[in-house]
Ligand binder design. Structure first.
Ligand SMILES: [Zn+2]
Length: 96
């Protein structure tokens, strides 16, 4: 569990990689910046909007999501992009 964290939506001013899916996003993309302290260490990372929406839908371990780990979930569902995974999970939720 994290001790302290915050998420903030920003418009990027340089090219950033999404921490979760490792894709790079151009300047001017809206991304979520997560920052906080975990186990005494300061962290900060950018995450694309799609991955940010996926986090609460997926069953991640307690210690959060590792770098590039979103693509494991995407591949595990026989999909190619986080957008496809988001659509699939949202559809599943609607059917319940
Ligand atoms: Zn992403």
């Amino acid at each position: 569990m994290s001790d302290l964290s915050c998420a903030k939506k920003v418009k990027t001013r340089k090219i950033h990689l999404c921490e979760l899916c490792c894709r790079s996003f151009p300047i001017g993309t809206e991304m979520i910046v997560y920052s906080g302290i975990y186990d005494g260490d300061w962290y900060k990372y950018h995450c694309c909007e799609t991955c940010a929406k996926l986090i609460p839908l997926l069953d991640f371990r307690d210690d959060g999501v590792g770098q590039g780990e979103m693509m494991d979930f995407v591949a595990g569902n026989d999909l190619k992009t986080p957008e496809e995974l988001l659509e699939k999970l949202q559809n599943e939720k609607l059917r319940k």
